[in-house]
Write a protein of this length. Structure first.
Length: 322
């Protein structure tokens, strides 16, 4: 009997994933990306920029907005399979076209604040969706002129383009973590209790300092009045290093994409970040700073009024927290 070990079958990456990985590394469109990004950032949106980012919602609003055109166009395709329903299908095609513009604007605003590899995939995602809009516009025009068969054909081609765009959007969201909360894991990794992170003298006033607890980077800032604040150091937007950011008016600004977080509680004052930073209580014991993950960041429950009052009282004497 042969004792030669059997070879295990080699697991190969799918052709689609190889194509997408190649797209992420392809630099030839980078000049176009830079020009579009500059244009999107220059749009006079004001506070509307954070509205389009979805800061008010707690996550990007673009995936929510695209449900309207996609749902309308998919429903139109179903109606096109039945004779005599071209008028209703045309109304759905029009509804999808009307809702595509604001969804696209939200997508471009998010795209302008992504990493370069994400932007490369995002650009093709946008091109696929733009092709879908063009095909559905042709479909609606054909239907209006009575060429219903041609309108249906354009509609099915448009739905194919939508499917390609959706696949690329899924790659952006789930493989490249675009729009994900990059600080979400902190409450699950940091152990309970107080952690000593250094002597008070190790933290210069109003200068961000990076420390580590359970291999989790922590941002520590000592204010002029003596209060000490600690937040998760990696920005929730795309894990930018907040310790390399700027501290001003009780907030820290991420050096990568400009998200602003309040030092007192980690609240995201300005986007593109849509999630706040996990915050830590602080205290000074024997001349050393100790921190622990704040209760509401650990289990989602806000501390009661007594605990809040205790933290405020002790903040004045020692730092932020008890």
């Amino acid at each position: 009997m042969s004792t030669t070990p059997r070879r295990r079958p080699r697991m190969r990456q799918s052709r689609l994933l190889r194509l997408l990985d190649r797209l992420e590394r392809e630099p030839r469109a980078d000049a176009v990306i830079d020009a579009i990004r500059k244009g999107v950032r220059a749009l006079p949106l004001g506070d509307g920029r954070d509205l389009l980012h979805g800061r008010w919602l707690g996550h990007p609003v673009h995936p929510l907005m695209v449900q309207v055109p996609i749902g309308s166009w998919l429903s139109a395709a179903v109606l096109d399979l039945y004779p005599g329903r071209s008028r209703e299908a045309g109304l759905l095609v029009g509804a999808g076209l009307a809702s595509a513009a604001p969804a696209a604007l939200a997508g471009w605003v998010d795209w302008a604040e992504l990493h370069r590899r994400q932007q490369r995939v995002g650009l093709v995602h946008a091109l696929a969706n733009s092709a879908a809009v063009g095909l559905y516009a042709a479909s609606l025009t054909s239907r209006a002129k009575g060429r219903h068969a041609t309108g249906r054909a354009y509609g099915f081609l448009g739905l194919t383009a939508v499917a390609v765009g959706g696949m690329l959007g899924g790659h952006l969201a789930y493989r490249q973590a675009s729009g994900a909360n990059h600080a979400e894991e902190v409450p699950h990794v940091v152990t309970q209790g107080w952690h000593r992170i250094g002597a008070v003298a190790d933290f210069p006033v109003d200068r961000p300092v990076r420390r580590s607890v359970d291999d989790v980077p922590i941002l520590v800032v000592r204010e002029t009045g003596g209060a000490i604040h600690a937040l998760a150091e990696r920005c929730s937007h795309l894990a930018g290093p907040l310790s390399e950011g700027t501290v001003r008016d009780g907030c820290v600004r991420c050096p990568w994409h400009g998200s602003v977080f309040r030092l007192a509680d980690g609240w995201n004052v300005r986007g593109p970040a849509t999630a706040p930073q996990p915050a830590f209580d602080t205290r000074i014991t024997g001349g050393h700073v100790e921190i622990r993950l704040r209760r509401q960041d650990r289990d989602g429950q806000a501390p009661d009024e007594v605990e809040t009052g205790q933290r405020r009282t002790e903040t004045g004497a020692h730092g932020h927290g008890s």
